[in-house]
Design a protein around this ligand. Structure first.
Ligand SMILES: CC(=O)SCCNC(=O)CCNC(=O)[C@H](O)C(C)(C)COP(=O)(O)OP(=O)(O)OC[C@H]1O[C@@H](n2cnc3c(N)ncnc32)[C@H](O)[C@@H]1OP(=O)(O)O
Ligand SMILES: CC(C)C(=O)C(=O)O
Length: 528
């Protein structure tokens, strides 16, 4: 459906590969552009602005290859209002079955005077000539009066009307510098709808920048006034603070269908994967709290929210993550979480606690959450384990250790551990420093190998006899485990934190694999 057949259908014009690529650090090569163009086609965008062909041979080649290989959407090339640009753009898109040339010329007084050094009459003349030249190549011509949002309204109407008379089929109104606010931008669109002859015979389009964080809001205000094409980019990338984010405007229209009564052709289930694909290709990560596709967009930490979510997800979610191709909502356990969410996670992890046990774990969980940014499943397991089994049942306890380090020596450590069956196990190792040597000796004795992903030491009191806190974080088969320990000896604190992780691992493996018997798994039996 197009606006000509359905007045409520909004065309999605994706400019990720053109304005998006103008984001510093987001340049893409030919193969990357092709990959994104195919993803955009699968997503269901109506128009792909594939590049600015005059800009470089590489840009020309990308637009040309996309025109050849990506079928379905209109493929568009950008051009200034000069013959060389237009000829090059037309040449680049000509093999598409649906080619478009997009010509632009700034109309605001600031741009006319300082950048273009053109009189208003000259601007009108160049705009008309540009549209006519493009029209000589393709039927589908878009015209943009750059910096429209800062252009005198009557002059804007004049340029737009002349561009329509010259043959433009899409009239795009850019807020080039992100200066507009929603009411102002709505007024601009309303003014054009009222004053420009022929405006209802073309597609009225909007192109917003996010300098004031208002790109999506301005776009929606314009749609409310009758605009029917949205220029946007995946993840909102683009010049400076970026462009209207495609995923945000599409989901706003879909979620508030009751208000706008507008539809798009986007298959929303591809929104998340397309967003991630673009991040992967450009290396530009999506901020965690970004609407729709950020890591936190469907993550809930507050206990009251989590309780509501567990009872009925619509209490706190206005969209369903699966509609965006996001696997599921996440209830993140942290200092703001409550008992309902904690109980659910404990059950999910395979533990069954009484109410009394749960209350005790909850207290310990809150104390832990006050100290940690994020509480991992392994932490919850440790708390549940501690509640179910007395902590004296830990498999390994540090009995003694010595280590040698210093300039010109080989760092080494000798460690002695108690095993829970009463045996004493000893071993020694060399390492990259005393802590590494101790960790290696612990690995040798316990027969484990811990993959440390984070290790930190910090003084928790003042002075050279300060208490040092060691923090060790490990990855075991994709699951994170972390532990802290405190001592005036930082090597001892490190050894205790590391051993805590080993004990949890033993406990987990024993529970997972050997239930209900109570012997130690073979791979965890000490080497000596
Ligand atoms: C609002 C937007 O996002 S518009 C798109 C912006 N994107 C880009 O600029 C990326 C690609 N650009 C480029 O690679 C280069 O700028 C090129 C190849 C297009 C041009 O490079 P150069 O010829 O060296 O010119 P340069 O970029 O320095 O200056 C722009 C010239 O275009 C003129 N110009 C700017 N817009 C237009 C326009 N719409 N129509 C005609 N001329 C224009 C400027 O007045 C200036 O002309 P001058 O040289 O007579 O002063
Ligand atoms: C070329 C036009 C549409 C543009 O990118 C802008 O004005 O921001």
């Amino acid at each position: 459906m197009t606006p000509s057949t359905d007045p409520n259908r909004v065309l999605i014009f994706d400019t990720t590969l053109r304005d998006g690529e103008q984001s510093p650090g987001c340049s893409m090569n030919l193969n990357e552009k092709l990959e994104i163009a195919h993803a955009l086609k699968d997503l269901g965008v109506d128009v792909i602005e594939a590049g600015f062909p005059i800009a470089s041979p590489g840009d020309f080649e990308s637009v040309q290859e996309i025109a050849r290989q990506v079928h379905g959407p209109v493929i568009c090339g950008l051009a200034r209002c000069n013959p060389a640009d237009i000829d090059r753009a037309a040449e680049a898109v000509k093999e598409s079955s649906r080619p478009r040339v997009h010509v632009f010329l700034a109309t605001s007084a600031i741009h006319r005077e300082f950048k273009l050094r053109m009189t208003p009459e000259e601007v009108v003349r160049r705009a008309v000539e540009g549209v006519k030249r493009a029209k000589g190549y393709v039927d589908d011509v878009e015209f943009s009066p750059e910096d429209a949002a800062r252009t005198e309204l009557n002059f804007l109407s004049e340029v737009v009307e002349k561009a329509i008379e010259a043959g433009a089929t899409t009239l795009n109104i850019p807020d080039t510098v992100g200066y507009a606010v929603p009411t102002h931008y709505a007024n601009v669109i309303r003014h054009l709808k009222k004053t420009v002859r022929g405006i209802d015979d073309v597609v009225l389009s909007v192109h917003c920048h996010n300098d004031l964080g208002l790109a999506v809001a301005n776009t929606l205000a314009a749609l409310h006034e009758g605009a029917r094409q949205v220029e946007c980019t995946i993840n909102g990338i683009g010049e400076r603070a970026g462009n209207t984010a495609l995923e945000e405007v599409v989901m706003a229209l879909r979620t508030r269908q009751d208000f706008y009564g507008l539809t798009t052709g986007i298959n929303t289930r591809f929104l998340f994967s397309t967003s991630r694909k673009l991040s992967h290709v450009t290396g530009m990560q999506v901020q965690r709290n970004k609407a729709i596709v950020g890591q936190n967009a469907f993550a809930h930490e507050a206990g009251i929210h989590q309780d509501g979510m567990l009872k009925e997800r619509s209490t706190y979610e206005i969209m369903r993550p699966e509609d965006l191709g996001i696997p599921k909502t996440e209830l993140v356990l942290g200092k703001h979480s409550g008992r309902h969410a904690l109980r659910q996670r404990i059950v999910d992890l395979g533990y069954h606690l009484t109410d009394d046990q749960l209350n005790k774990v909850f207290d310990a969980f809150k104390a832990l959450a006050d100290r940690k940014k994020e509480v991992y499943d392994a932490d919850i397991e440790a708390l549940a384990e501690n509640q179910l089994h007395n902590s004296s049942q830990k498999m390994w306890t540090l009995q003694a250790f010595t280590c040698n380090a210093g300039t010109g020596t080989l760092p080494s450590a000798a460690v002695c551990l108690w095993r829970s069956d009463g045996t004493i196990c000893k071993d020694a190792a060399v390492g990259d420093g005393p802590v590494d040597a101790v960790f290696k000796a612990l690995d040798r004795i316990t027969g484990t190998h811990i993959h440390v992903v984070d290790y930190r030491i910090r003084a928790v009191t003042i002075g050279t006899d300060a208490q040092g806190e060691a923090y060790v974080e490990a990855d075991h088969g994709g699951r994170r485990m972390s532990a802290r320990a405190v001592s005036t000896d930082i090597v001892e604190a490190s050894a205790m934190a590391y051993l805590e992780i080993i004990n949890r691992l033993v406990s987990r493996q024993t529970r997972d694999r050997l239930k209900p018997t109570d012997h130690v798994p073979q791979e965890l039996v000490p080497a000596n």
